[in-house]
Write a protein that binds this ligand. Structure first.
Ligand code: NI
Length: 150
């Protein structure tokens, strides 16, 4: 496992739409391991592949209840709204209020290609929405309602 460099705001790689994963191979497993290690090292609750320079639909999340790996994730249901502060490992020093769903159900594949569904509420629903946005080239900065001074 290795810690990867996190791409910062301003790099155009963060504005690109990512392609789906088609091969569930050793290379994907290494990337997922590295992404998790990088997220933990930087004290993040989520990390998307474009943040480490890879334009594929892969995210890792840990909101304190264990590691979640999502390959080709899609929000298939969402409801409610939360207006909470959030930041991003690619946008150091920035923090602001974003409208996110309070509840979200995601359909994804695991590291071996097996499909599953997972439900999130509160912080986890916010993380699903924030990280899946990254896969479509959207940063939380594009959606901020109000910046909060740190
Ligand atoms: Ni982010």
């Amino acid at each position: 496992m290795a810690i990867r460099e996190v791409v910062k705001y301003g790099d155009e790689i963060l504005t690109k739409k990512c392609r789906p994963v088609e091969k569930f191979d050793e290379k994907l497993h290494t990337l997922l391991d590295d992404m998790a290690e990088t997220m933990y090292e930087k004290d993040g609750v989520g990390l998307a592949a474009p943040q480490v320079g890879i334009l594929r639909r892969i995210i890792v999340i840990d909101c304190g209840e264990g590691l979640i790996e999502l390959v080709n994730p899609e929000i298939i249901r969402q409801s409610g709204e939360q207006l909470e502060g959030e930041g991003c490992l690619s946008c150091p020093g920035k923090y602001g209020i974003v409208s996110r769903p309070m509840y979200a159900t995601v359909k994804a594949q695991d590291r071996n290609g097996k499909e599953f569904k997972i439900k999130g509420e509160g912080l986890l629903a916010k993380a699903f929405s924030h990280e899946i946005d990254h896969l479509d080239g959207i940063l939380f900065l594009d959606k901020v309602i109000e910046f909060i001074e740190q």
